[in-house]
Design a protein around this ligand. Structure first.
Ligand code: FES
Length: 133
């Protein structure tokens, strides 16, 4: 324990004090090769610590992009498939959900409006219309 104490109280401050850190960014241009070589281990360590500290945030962000679209509809099945026979369409117009938030899925119940307001998304239903002949 004494070694750790001495490391943090004496050796580390002496090492940091001896580093040729310039007082401005322009000062880095005036460093000699020998000064750069003394600075490189410290910069490498700081880069590694920065990566370890902030790397998980970047990984989490990429995972968020890949999250599921369907949050609750028929989650017990491997794939949600709905069949609609054209012959069964009696109404002149029918709206089917594409946002996966409808409580009457696969028929749209307007839940996409709330989803769009909350998330800034722009999803809407698939509208099937019968052509009057
Ligand atoms: Fe999903 Fe309308 S409720 S598209």
């Amino acid at each position: 324990m004494e070694y750790v104490s001495r490391l943090f109280r004496q050796q580390l401050p002496a090492y940091l004090k001896a580093l040729p850190v310039p007082s401005s960014l322009v000062g880095f241009l005036t460093l000699s090769v020998a000064e750069w070589l003394r600075l490189l281990p410290f910069l490498g360590l700081m880069t590694l610590l920065g990566y370890l500290a902030f790397g998980p945030l970047f990984l989490r962000r990429s995972r968020v992009r890949d999250r599921p679209i369907n949050l609750k509809i028929q989650k017990e099945t491997a794939k949600v498939v709905n069949e609609i026979h054209v012959e069964d369409l009696r109404e002149a117009k029918k709206c089917y959900c594409r946002c996966w938030r409808s409580k009457t899925f696969p028929v749209c119940d307007g839940s996409h409006n709330r989803h769009n307001e909350e998330t800034g998304d722009n999803v809407g239903p698939l509208v099937i219309k019968r052509k009057e002949l």
